[in-house]
Structures are given as C-alpha cells and as structure tokens.
Design a protein around this ligand. Sequence first.
Ligand code: NAD
Length: 522
Amino acid sequence: MTTLNLNPIQNPINKKKLYEMEEASSQQIEQVFKTARRMQDIVKNMPVEKRVEEILKINDYVIAHREEIITRIVEETGKSRFDALSSEIFEVCDLIDYLKKVAPKLLKDKKVHTPIVLMGKKSKVVFEPLGTVLIITPWNYPFYQMLLPSILAFLAGNTAIIKPSELTPLKGLIERVLTESGFLKDAIQVIYGGRETGKQLIDAQPDKIHFTGSVQTGKKIMAQAAQYLIPVDLELGGKDPAIVFEDVNIERTANGLLWGSFTNSGQSCTSIERVYVQESIYDELIKKLYYNISKLKVSDENRNYLEPGECDMGCMTSESQIQTVESHILDAVEKGAKVIIGGKRAPGSLHFPPTLIVDVNHTMKIVMDETFGPVLPVMKFKTEKEAVQLANDSPYGLSASVWSKDLARAERVAKNLKTGNVSINNCMLTEANPALPFGGIKNSGIGRTKGEWGLFSFVNVKAILIDKQSSIIEAQWYPHTKTKYDLLTSLIISLFSRSRNLIKFAAVGMKLDKIGSKEKIK
Ligand code: NAD
C-alpha cells in the first residue's frame, strides 16, 4: 500500500501543529496481527488473577502519571483539565477497580442446571477468549475509549489491537503507559491511521471488532465485517433527551442539565441534546438556565485557560464538528427557533460558547440529528404520555434522563423510553457505574460494554455437557424402533403435561434405559 498522508495533528486551542499522521502500511498491519496472534496463547493461558495483576500495573501508572497524561489529552482535544481528569483518568481507574474484583469470579467455569431427562449428566459453561480483538475508537474521549475495551478484552484473555482516531491519536501515549508500567509486552498494541487503515485491519480478520464512533462508519464496519462473519459491537451516536417534570428542584435540575449538555463541550455520545420541560415550570427553568450559563467560565480565543478554577468548559476539538453545530443552529433559526444565549463563535476559533435555544421542534436538525456540541435546545410538554412520545421520536436510542421527585413516575417513564440507559434525577450517571452495562438500541448501536455483559462480549461462551462413559445406548440413538417411539411419547406426556406425573416418567425412563442396556455394543 502506498503511504497516504492524513491531516497533521494540531492543538485545537492555539492551532499549533503537533505532528504528522499517515495511514499504516500493509507491512505494519501484517506485523501487528502476527504479534497479536503470537501473544494469544500466552494471554489465554494466564489465570484471570494474573491478568488482573497486569491491568493493575496500568492503574498504578495512570494514577502516578495523571497530570502528564491529562496534559497530552488536553493538547490534542482542547478539553478542560477537569473534564480530562473526571472522564478519562477517573473512568479508567474506576473500571479497573470494579473489574479487579469481579473478573476472576465472572470468568470461572459455571455449573448450570441439568434437567431430569439428562439424569446422571453434568452441564457447565466455560468462558474462553475469542483471540485478537480490533478496537477502533473516536476522538472525543481518546484515552478512555482506547483503554476501556482493551482492558475488558485482555481480562477476558484476548490480545488487542487499537486503532485510534486520526484526529486525536495521542500518538505514543498508550504505548508509553503499557511499556513504562511493565504491562505484558505486545498483549495490547496500537496502530495509527485513518479510514484506510481501519478497512485493512478488518480485512486482516480479527476475531472480534469493538467499534466506537459514528452511525455512518458503524454501518460500513458492520457490512465489511459481515463478509468474514466477524462479530461486532457498535457504540454509536446519540440524541439524549432529558424529561423534566414540574415537581423538580429547579436549581439542582438546571445545574444538572447544563453539565449534561456542556461537559466535554457537548462532545459526548450521552450528552443531553434535547430537553422536554413540563409547561408550568418552563419559564422559570429557562431563566435559571440562562442565568447559570452566563456565569460559566468558558475558555475563549483570547483566554486559553483550561485550568480548574479558571475554566468550566474548554474548546471543541475539530472545525468540522463546529460546522455541524453551526448548521444545526442555522437550520433551527431559519425554522423559527430563538437563541437565548451563545450561538456564535469568533471567526476561525474552535471555542464555541454554551448555547441555549428555544422555540425548537421535531422538524429541526437540532432536535433530530446528533449535534455533538455545547447546545441545549428546550421544548415544553403537557403530559407524561406526550413527554415519552416526544423523547422516543428519534432515530437514536442511547441514553436519557428523567427528572422528578415522584420516583414511581420517573421509573415508569424510564421503562417506557426506547434507549439502552436511563438516569433518574441525574444525567450520564449510568456510565459512571462500571457494573452497569453500557450501549444503545436503534441507530445508537449493538452490544453492551461494561458490567458483566461487557466482559462476556469478549468471550466464547462455551457449553459443555459431561456424560460418564457407560455401556448404555441412549434412547434417541439408533435403532429407532416402534417401542422406543411409544415410550418417548409417554415420557413427553408424563413429564411436560401441566399435570406432570413423575412416577410414570420414572417408569418409562427405566424401560428406555433397559432397552438401551440390551442394545449395548458388544
Ligand atoms: P467516526 O465514525 O468518524 O470515526 C471513528 C473511527 O472509525 C476512527 O478511528 C476512524 O478512523 C475509523 N473509521 C472511519 N471509517 C472507517 C472505515 N470505513 N473502516 C474502519 N474504520 C473507519 O467517528 P468520530 O467522529 O471519530 O466520533 C464521533 C462519533 O462517535 C459520534 O457520533 C459519537 O456519538 C460517537 N461516540 C459514541 C460513543 C458510544 O459509546 N456510544 C462514545 C463516544 C463517541
């Protein structure tokens, strides 16, 4: 393959060029797979407890070197240091803390029930690694998104190959963490490049693909993987609704909505992207949101502070994402929406102000498409039924939040929302619990990461049934005589009828066994 240059990596805060990027060569791709395959048996044969020890090395290193890591993340993404600490460093350590306790238990062989017709036999499930997992990641939480699936895949006994986003690859950082922490060499590798590299990596036929990114790319990856029947997990975009009932504490709820919408400058798959407020508190909530937004300390082109205390919100990461945000605002305004605060950046700047927009509706991109920026569109609703209907009127189904003092109502609404996750009286909080599964439905994806489901998505769940070696020929084996047919019929009736007759079942079973004993192979 000829080398294809990609856009150089730049610091979004000051637009300074950081380094060049190019697609990986075929030789590099071949080499990472060769290494990953070589390491497969080593990782597979390590006891889970030993794998946990390896992962803890990453944990210790990340804690000790957190400030340097944050500096690298901030340099490529433009997020505030607080955002990097809370959503990249904290999340990695929290995940490891959960998995270190549960992974050895969850991955142990599991005895399962054996029914009475299989008397004398035993059944179990064993969890085996799949082999080599390809992890393709986006640009918004680069450090966390590379480590989360790699840690799960490795703990489940796989090797992992990561292809980071070509926008925020954090070149060399993950390798540094792995090498300097003393983590098992080559069990997790990183290869850099863009779309072409991604496609070639799939053609190299990994045993599983874990993809986080846009719906558009997710569909392409699934189509390509289908050619080889490679299983895929797709963590895609979202358009998360927040439903706010009239009985809430307005001050707390407004603060929650602002954080849920503006954290990471709104560049989160589970950002609050649309708010539905019960009409009686609409005016009061809008006033409070406006006031609180006006008090936020936002990094701007003249004041590039991203330090905690100086800044609540950093800048956005890419020009093309800002253009999407602007096109959504323009579309909304053209259709009658009103921007209450924010809505415009200084020309050429990647700093986009937190924006509150009202008089919006479901004909607008700002309500129907993923905006992925610091914009909060707010609408009114009258009844619970209407709120659920509006929230579900979306091609996405990632996450949602419901705000009400009436917890029975909040839970009822949560259950009626067509999403993979719901937080009640909070937002993005399901993601903060590593024991909960994370993932979406509809256009938001397929599969679950985190929790025991996340671990099991990287294993072959193998069923084993153990029969002792005996001389009895099983009733269903040949020859298929009329007597056996009649006895099997009686067995079905005695065992599975609503008025189960266990005495009759035992008698029929004994007769079948007797026939089996006579049929034993000489
Ligand atoms: P993207 O789809 O443009 O790119 C993601 C990755 O896919 C990159 O590494 C890219 O190089 C690679 N890629 C692109 N085309 C490819 C192809 N044909 N074959 C193989 N690889 C290919 O996404 P993005 O813009 O980097 O990320 C933003 C999106 O990610 C948003 O939609 C956001 O909602 C979503 N996201 C989802 C989650 C989640 O967990 N559900 C988390 C974060 C971000």
